[in-house]
Design a protein around this ligand. Structure first.
Ligand SMILES: [Zn+2]
Length: 417
């Protein structure tokens, strides 16, 4: 079993507020609670970005086909500007965004660079811009197969230099081993990089797009100098993304629900398993929120479709950003109010191989000794054949913990926490 990273600490520093007295401590999930202040309003301020790009304190998260540069599976490795200056020229942000759009030429490509934010805890030696100070973070794509031949050669060189230092681009389906702070930085970098590389053509008119807002928006420029070469007018056809706020220009986050379901008597919890899960491994039920559906409606629909169970009250517990590729998991706890509604049926939607009610003592035992990531073995005290559950870095685990806590679900302060 590999060591599992800690989940982040709550952003609220103390418990004394009306809301925390009423609702308790916030649950903060893995991949959330980034140490970076994103300063989204500075993404168009090119004089700031230009300084941040070249500042000696600046850290670059390098992604090679979305695999992050690491020192080990539990530590990111950052590059400095001098490591990447051939790939990202010093004049990268010299022109304003308006000029970049007006002078767009689809023959000229630039490496994908994304401003992630400032770490305001790291002020020493950091950058100061107006009232903001700290260490700037960028994400940079170094995939050697993208862009012009020159870009590809520079990216290849960066990759070789980094690997020559003994660093590794961590190739794994999901990176879940980084400490919480780095996991949140990586999640932001990965989700935005993936969105940029999949949206190089406009979703409305089909023409090529240009990365703007320091990697947080894609514009469909009104003209393209490359058309002149073909003896055509440089003007492109009209596109509605230029005149209205368009969700095709901004990164998407797709909401999903995930839910821990309690039985009518509160003594059992509903869990399901998919065929691809290891033996005895169960988790909470989950699914995509559909258009024109509330979170609560989606929870009720998914649980009925996958398990045939009819829910009563649904509450939202916490949420988890999930950068594979760009989801937000909205975690809920729900309860059945009539024993007749507890009957499990897998005949509606065949997504689950099995769904079952588990007694709380069995779930408590699994939380103690039977948790692991999907590809890993459970702990040494796990007895073969017993229930296995996802690790604390998965929101499923946090929801199960909350659902079986009498303090959480019944406000019973006399019980242990
Ligand atoms: Zn367009």
């Amino acid at each position: 079993m590999s060591t599992q990273p800690q989940v982040p600490a709550p952003a609220h520093t103390q418990l004394e507020s009306m809301l925390s007295r009423r609702f308790g401590k916030e649950t903060v999930n893995y991949f959330s609670s980034s140490p970076l202040n994103r300063l989204s309003f500075l993404r168009t301020e090119h004089p700031f970005l230009s300084q941040a790009l070249k500042h000696p304190s600046t850290r670059f998260v390098l992604l090679n086909q979305l695999a992050p540069l690491t020192r080990s599976p539990s530590e990111l490795a950052y590059a400095q500007y001098k490591d990447v200056e051939k790939l990202v020229p010093a004049d990268f942000f010299d022109r304003s965004e308006e000029e970049m759009i007006q002078n767009y030429d689809s023959r000229k490509t630039q490496p994908q660079l994304i401003f992630l934010g400032l770490d305001e805890e790291k002020k020493e030696g950091g950058l100061t811009w107006k009232i903001y100070s700290g260490t700037p973070y960028f994400a940079l794509e170094v995939t050697p197969s993208r862009g012009s031949a020159e870009q590809q050669a520079h990216a290849k060189e960066v990759v070789e230099i980094m690997e020559g230092r003994g660093l590794t681009f961590l190739q794994t389906r999901m990176v879940m081993t980084l400490p919480a702070d780095e996991a949140a930085i990586y999640a932001q970098a990965r989700a935005l990089m993936d969105w940029n590389t999949r949206n190089t053509f406009c979703g409305t008119c089909g023409h090529t797009t240009l990365s703007v807002n320091a990697g947080a928006k894609r514009a469909c420029p009104p003209r393209d100098a490359a058309l002149l070469e073909k003896g055509q007018s440089p003007e492109r056809p009209p596109c509605s993304t230029r005149t209205t706020i368009s969700n095709l220009s901004f990164p998407r986050t797709d909401p999903t629900i995930i839910v821990a379901v309690l039985s009518c008597d509160g003594k059992r919890i509903l869990l399901g398993r998919q065929k691809r899960f290891p033996p005895h491994w169960y988790s909470t039920l989950a699914g995509f929120i559909e258009p024109a559906e509330s979170v609560e409606d989606a929870v009720r629909r998914e649980v009925w479709e996958e398990a045939g169970v009819i829910l009563s009250r649904v509450i939202i517990h916490s949420s988890q950003p999930w950068p594979y590729p760009a989801n937000l998991m909205i975690g809920a706890i729900a309860q059945v109010s009539d024993p007749a509604h507890e009957t499990i049926s897998l005949k509606h939607d065949p997504e689950l191989e099995d769904a079952r009610w588990f007694e709380i003592p069995e779930v408590e035992e699994a939380l103690r000794v039977g948790t692991s990531s999907l590809g890993e073995a459970p702990g040494p005290h796990y007895k073969e054949g017993n229930l296995r559950l996802p690790p604390p870095t998965a929101i499923a685990n946090q929801l199960i913990q909350a659902a079986i806590s009498s303090e959480y679900v019944a406000g019973d302060k006399s019980s242990k926490m």
